[in-house]
Each structure stands twice: as structure tokens, then as C-alpha cells.
Design a binder for this molecule. Structure first.
Ligand SMILES: C[S@@+](CC[C@H](N)C(=O)[O-])C[C@H]1O[C@@H](n2cnc3c(N)ncnc32)[C@H](O)[C@@H]1O
Length: 205
């Protein structure tokens, strides 16, 4: 599993790697642009929505929201990712912190219309995901939503089939969402598949 230093090293080449994987429709980023675009459009339906981005990376999604007038908050543990995102969003409230330990204090003291997490939560175990998402639900405004775009599969059988097809490229250190298992903790979870290995999860209170 990459730590914050690993992400510091990946930061400058990140957008290129992701773009190539998406364009070639290969695991793990097949569907990336469509996922971010769909989340962007959902958020834009609410004028000036307040957005919290968990693991914002280079700010690909939140910078677009920022440019369109959304107040942006975020947490990421990579110093270099924060530098790159801050260049695009100088007035955003971006904090350094490990989300496996929860939200940093400054982000706990307010609530949000949307909490987004794209390709970041697969760094948590499933138990950690559930605990963290439960705590994030408490930070939503009325009618707020958590929108997660990530590698995901409806069932473990689907995950294992993709793992076999991908072979050596499969990343054993990442822990992907299995929707019917997550539904045991979040019965109202909505899943919209976007590619053969990824989709959008929506949670609300
Ligand atoms: C694959 S990138 C995704 C970036 C961006 N959300 C996107 O969609 O392109 C994962 C991001 O999550 C951050 N990250 C991973 N594990 C983290 C953790 N435990 N705490 C905080 N940030 C973390 C990394 O630094 C990186 O910026």
C-alpha cells in the first residue's frame, strides 16, 4: 500500500498515468473521466454546494467545482498532492491528514452538502471504510450526499473474475468495494456501475 511518501513521488505523474489507463479502458482507471464527470454534474445541480473531498489528489474533480463557485474543503496525506491541488484552488481549505485516523479536527467542526471520495477509500480495510463512512454521514447537511467513485464490483464473484482477467496487474494491496457486502452496513446504498471495474456509490442519511 502506498504511504504518503509514495503518493508524493507519484503526484507529478499521476494525471498522466490515470489518463492513459482510462483511455485504454484498462483496470484500474477504466471509467475514471466518466465517473468524475458524473459526480461533477450531480454536484452542479445544487448552486454553490459546499464540498468536502477525501483524498483529493491533484484536485482534478474539486478544482472544477471550485472554478464553478463551490466552497471546497479537503483532506489528503500527501504533501505534494496538496501543493499541486492548492495551485489550482488557492482559497480552498485543504488539510494534511491520514483519513485512516478520521477527519482532521478543522473539518469535523462543520457540515457539507456533498462529501466526495474518488479512488481513495480503497486504501482502507472494509471495516475501516464502514466506520469512516458512518462518521462522514454525520457531517452531511440535510439532503446531503456522499458520492464515492472507485474501483467496485457488485459481488465478490465479479471482483474475482476481474482479478483473474487482469492477472499480474491486479493490485493485491488495494481493497475494493463489493456492493452487496457494503449494503449490509448501508442498506440504502445506491450503485451506478460505469465500467467493468468501477462505478459510483451514493450514500445519504
Ligand atoms: C489514487 S489518488 C486519487 C486522487 C483523486 N481523488 C482522483 O480521483 O484522482 C488517492 C489519493 O488519496 C490519498 N490518500 C491515500 N490514502 C490516504 C490516507 N490514508 N489518508 C489521506 N489521504 C490518503 C493519496 O495521497 C492520493 O492523493
Amino acid at each position: 500500500m502506498l504511504d504518503n511518501k509514495g503518493f508524493d513521488l507519484w503526484a507529478d505523474g499521476y494525471d498522466l498515468t490515470v489518463g492513459i489507463s482510462d483511455e485504454e479502458n484498462t483496470y484500474p482507471f477504466a471509467g475514471y473521466k466518466e465517473i468524475l464527470g458524473s459526480i461533477f454534474r450531480t454536484i452542479m445541480e445544487k448552486p454553490s454546494a459546499t464540498v468536502l473531498d477525501i483524498g483529493f489528489g491533484t484536485g482534478t474533480l474539486t478544482a472544477k467545482l471550485y472554478e464553478n463557485g463551490c466552497p471546497v474543503y479537503g483532506q489528503d496525506f500527501s504533501k505534494r498532492m496538496i501543493e499541486l491541488a492548492s495551485e489550482k484552488m488557492p482559497d480552498a481549505h485543504l488539510y494534511q491528514g491520514d483519513f485512516s485516523q478520521g477527519l482532521v479536527e478543522a473539518l469535523q467542526s462543520r457540515s457539507y452538502d456533498f462529501i466526495v471520495a474518488t479512488y481513495s477509500l480503497h486504501h482502507l480495510t472494509d471495516d475501516q471504510k464502514v466506520r469512516f463512512l458512518q462518521s462522514l454521514l454525520e457531517r452531511l447537511n440535510e439532503d446531503g450526499k456522499i458520492l464515492i467513485g472507485d474501483v467496485a464490483f457488485r459481488t465478490r464473484t465479479d471482483l474475482e473474475q476481474c482479478q483473474r482477467e487482469v492477472g499480474e496487474e491486479w493490485d493485491d494491496e488495494e481493497i475494493y468495494f463489493v456492493i452487496d457486502e457494503m449494503r449490509q452496513s448501508f442498506p440504502n446504498l445506491i450503485y451506478q456501475p460505469v465500467s467493468y471495474c468501477a462505478g459510483i456509490l451514493t450514500l445519504s442519511r
